[in-house]
Design a protein around this ligand. Structure first.
Ligand SMILES: [Fe+2]
Length: 315
């Protein structure tokens, strides 16, 4: 399954790692460079050996299950499960264990596949998406069927890239994505309209020092408030800007990909604008990769934006 922007990983399996260890370093670098170019890496298998009972449990979670909030998330660093509040403690424990084991399995596989990134990445959250994505009734900015680049309101990356490993555990249906031209192309076309000059001007203003002082004061007294860089502010706005831009949504050239049942794909979701058109039962683990872990940092969203803005966007 290889095509424009899609690269099937060869010579590597979850169980055995690289078929030819002498080529592992070169192969791993080549796949990382494909990611940095805005490709999606594809594996026709699962990153973790789910037991049949665990898969059955995942499929048993119904759309109308009051135990499920919008998303079930797992924070591996703290071993915390969120978004699943069943009245049956044993169900919560099963969900928690499945997410813990999935997350650990993905980390192991990704560390073998992309060791240069693994040396520097920060482990972020994992999630389970049990709902059918087609015709979901969500507010515009939360809609997954509109093409967007990812940004996390509560977790600024300060230029770090959002690397995500997705798994379609659906036994019968594909998960269908639509993508467009990658971030560097969209940034050239839309960054000014999406507010980059305004953010740069605000960062240059004397009030910025006052804002920074306030933030420092807040954290000193224990008030948690995410410290967004200019880059983070732009990326949050760009996520919304793309979803609001009806001519972009309608007219941009689209590339459709059907990820088959029981398969895995990996991509930088801030480099690759994406929409989910259909599918249910998907899991995902996120990593934040700092710019200095990349083989070619000039392709990263932060460096692309800085070259357009003519100034640093993280400090
Ligand atoms: Fe997304």
């Amino acid at each position: 399954m290889t095509g424009k922007y899609l690269t099937e990983i060869e010579g590597f399996t979850r169980e055995s790692g690289w078929a030819d260890p002498s080529q592992a370093s070169a192969a791993s670098r080549a796949y990382a460079e494909r990611l940095e170019d805005g490709n999606i890496l594809f594996l026709p298998s699962l990153p973790h050996a789910f037991s049949p009972e665990d898969l059955k449990f995942l499929y048993s979670l119904d759309q109308d299950d009051s135990a499920i909030h919008k998303n079930i998330s797992y924070r591996p660093k703290q071993d915390i499960l969120r978004g699943f509040g069943s009245s049956q403690p044993e169900k919560v424990e099963t969900m928690h264990r499945i997410m813990r084991e999935y997350s650990a399995g993905v980390v192991k596989m990704m560390s073998a596949l992309l060791p240069a990134y693994a040396a520097k990445w920060t482990l972020d959250y994992a999630s389970y998406r049990p709902y059918e994505e087609e015709n979901r009734d969500l507010p515009l900015h939360k809609r997954n069927d509109l093409v967007h680049t990812d940004a996390f309101p509560s977790r600024p990356t300060h230029g770090g890239l959002i690397l995500r490993c997705f798994t379609n555990v659906n036994p019968a249906q594909p998960r269908v994505w639509s993508t467009t031209a990658r971030f560097p192309t969209l940034a050239k076309q839309y960054a000014a309209d999406a507010g980059l000059p305004k953010i740069v001007a605000r960062e240059a203003s004397p009030l910025r020092g006052v804002r920074k002082g306030l933030n420092a004061l807040k954290s000193a007294v224990g008030i948690k408030s995410p410290n967004h860089s200019a880059y983070d502010l732009f990326m949050l706005g760009f996520h919304d800007y793309l979803k609001e831009n009806t001519s972009f949504q309608t007219d941009a050239e689209k590339f459709r990909t059907d990820f088959p049942p029981l398969s895995t794909w990996i991509t930088f979701t801030d480099v690759v604008p994406h929409a989910v058109l259909s599918g249910r039962y998907a899991l995902e683990q996120t990593f934040i990769v700092p710019v200095n872990a990349l083989f070619d940092a000039s392709k990263s969203p932060v460096r692309v934006l800085e070259s357009i803005a003519g100034t640093s966007l993280v400090s």
